[in-house]
Design a protein around this ligand. Structure first.
Ligand SMILES: [Zn+2]
Length: 247
């Protein structure tokens, strides 16, 4: 169930049975030579919607621009500064919490969002702690990185081993090709596996990782693998969502 395809009355009815909602959060940033700029947003969205279907849960609008300053030397990348993203998440949660939502299950598609999203949760909890209104509903937020679910980690390892890397990975590219088969761009990478290492700002990133990848070989991506990763993630995370929703 997608929030934006409900009426307000539908949402009021939903709140009588559940006070939890899934929030996909991703990024809009370069993903190497054959990965889509929307990869992280697409992955979070399709898995968030998959969990929503499996668990009968409402899914909020995807936060599709994340904290991606280090990708800005590649055209098409968009960032929110950490402070902007914190403010965005806080307002998103506060709006729904005013209506009665109390459990916010964030499905994340981008490693660069983790620190900022966690900081946003601390701001949200601080707002409650500092409030003199003791009748405020108690809000809980949880962040789950889809690629870190146990079943996904095992499958990625089995499929790609050391070619998985950490950015523009064959797992995430495969998942987008499963979601959007017409967008698949099979190609051979050169070098096969990209360099690994650290980065700071956007220029530093592009110097160290000239084609955008880190440690990965997305030339191994297939839509078939994407389907297997999708099924594994949804199976794992739907169970986790249900436990959180009733916590
Ligand atoms: Zn990514």
């Amino acid at each position: 169930m997608l929030l934006h395809l409900q009426t307000w009355a539908d949402v009021e009815t939903y709140l009588k049975t559940s006070r939890a909602i899934i929030v996909p959060i991703g990024s809009t940033e370069q993903h190497g030579p054959n990965g889509l700029v929307g990869t992280d947003a697409i992955c979070a969205e399709v898995i968030g919607r998959g969990i929503g279907e499996a668990a009968g849960a409402l899914v909020g609008p995807t936060i599709s621009v994340g904290m991606a300053q280090h990708h800005l030397a590649f055209p098409g990348s968009i960032t929110m500064k950490p402070t902007t993203l914190i403010a965005y998440i806080r307002d998103y949660v506060a709006s729904l919490s005013r209506a009665g939502f109390e459990r916010f299950y964030f499905i994340n598609g981008h490693g660069g969002n983790i620190a900022t999203t966690t900081a946003a949760f601390s701001e949200i909890y601080a707002d409650t702690s500092l409030s003199r209104d003791s009748n405020r509903p108690s809000v809980k937020c949880k962040l789950r990185n889809w690629w870190e679910s146990a079943a996904v980690k095992q499958l990625s390892k089995e499929l790609y081993g050391d070619s998985e890397g950490s950015h523009a990975t064959p797992s995430e590219v495969s998942l987008t090709w499963y979601a959007y088969p017409d967008a698949a761009r099979p190609m051979t990478m050169n070098p096969a596996v990209a360099p690994k290492g650290e980065f700071t700002d956007a220029a530093d990133y592009r110097r160290n990782f000239p084609d955008g990848r880190i440690g990965s070989n997305p030339g191994l991506s297939t839509a078939e693998a994407g389907k297997r990763l999708f099924d594994a993630a949804v199976k794992d995370l739907a169970v986790d969502y249900k436990a959180f929703a009733s916590s």
